[in-house]
Design a protein around this ligand. Structure first.
Ligand code: SAH
Length: 339
């Protein structure tokens, strides 16, 4: 729900200040209509129904994977595509992967979102509405900012959304913001953000290779990014999760694991998460399971804590940018990601 529009509508009617909180509490619990909001006078409910749509995002389509993953393609009021994914795990965890921007201005070579046109930053309400979309029909207890866009380039809205997530049932300790290493955003989150988790997309310790995979490395080199991560650890007492997408023959060699281990000092400030690559037609192949295991073993020998990420939703193109990219390219004639 557009919370600014809600505030304006209530103020224009001279409603008491607590009304906005009452309406938000219903929305945050996953109310599917104004009718359910029984502590709001019926006449006001009818007016809000006309003026303030329950969600700032329209549902364009939704797919469900064999593994239970649900992927929604949503649209803002000005017709920008937004993807959100609900991942379910055997231990009962239910995690929503949200987008912070429609498209992304960065052009990471392996990422489907980087290949589509950048739209704009999403508002805090548009970020929250992705979570509420799933909350209306499912339990949600984790949120990761790993959908479309670079959260740290939209840090005000991301912080505002994170601050409201506990009322949706997602504690800050179960909220993870993932960044390419946009240093001013990391610094701002360190200074002002709620106690969320921070994840860094690293992908290569070698500067030349990292710049090839992630051109943003030319602007914020890894050494500066890791310095900002160490400052986060100092200030917050929490590790930074390092994401490393495993690309066959590109960044998965033994020496590259050693170089990664050497970059991650002090050890206790970082934990590595190796990510099996979901091919998008960008010309990369994912490393084999045995290559991923060997890379993990090399890191462990160097005393780097490491886990391998579970892959969810492969059959529904659930990787970052894949669904919106496919729809966008159908309508503007650009090649569709193979996904
Ligand atoms: N811009 C932020 C958040 C969005 S991407 C960031 O880059 O961290 C979230 C994660 O998904 C990143 O680590 C990104 O590298 C990874 N990713 C992107 N495309 C992928 C793909 N096709 N397969 C697997 N992981 C991918």
């Amino acid at each position: 729900m557009d919370l600014n529009l809600l505030d304006r509508s209530l103020a224009a009617r001279g409603e008491p200040p607590y009304r906005a909180r009452q309406v938000w509490e219903w929305a945050a619990r996953g109310a599917g209509s104004y009718e359910e909001m029984t502590n709001i006078p019926a006449a006001l409910r009818a007016e809000l129904e006309r003026e303030v749509p329950l969600s700032s995002l329209a549902v364009e389509r939704e797919d469900r994977s064999r593994d239970g993953t649900r992927k929604a393609l949503l649209r803002t009021a000005d017709d920008r595509p937004v993807e959100a994914v609900l991942m379910t795990y055997l231990d009962g965890r239910r995690s929503v992967c949200v987008s912070s921007q429609s498209g992304c201005p960065l052009t990471c070579a392996f990422c489907a979102t980087g290949a589509m046109r950048f739209g704009r930053n999403l508002t805090a309400s548009e970020i929250l509405d992705q979570v509420l979309h799933f909350k209306r029909s499912d339990k949600v207890d984790h949120v990761v900012f790993m959908g479309m866009g670079e959260p740290m380039m939209n840090v005000d809205a991301v912080i505002a959304a994170c601050e409201r997530l506990p009322s949706v049932g997602v504690a800050a300790s179960r909220t993870t913001v993932s960044t390419v290493g946009w240093v001013p955003g990391i610094e701002r989150l360190t200074a002002d953000g709620p106690p969320v988790r921070l994840a860094l997309s690293l992908h290569a310790a070698d500067p030349a290779l990292r710049s090839e995979l992630m051109p943003v490395n030319d602007r914020y080199p890894l050494s500066e990014v890791l310095e900002a991560c160490r400052a986060w650890r100092e200030a917050r007492g929490k590790r930074v999760f390092v994401e490393y997408v495993m690309l066959a023959g590109v960044n998965d060699r033994y020496e590259q694991a050693v170089a990664l281990a050497e970059a991650l000092v002090p050890r206790e400030a970082f934990k590595v998460n190796l990510i099996p690559y979901n091919p998008t037609g960008a010309g990369f192949e994912g490393s084999s399971r045995s290559a991923i295991d060997a890379f993990a073993a090399a890191l462990r020998v160097h005393r780097v804590p490491v886990t391998v990420r579970l892959t969810r939703g492969r059959d529904i193109d659930a990787a970052c940018g894949q669904l919106a990219g496919a729809v966008a390219s159908r309508s503007d004639g650009a090649p569709a990601p193979a996904g």
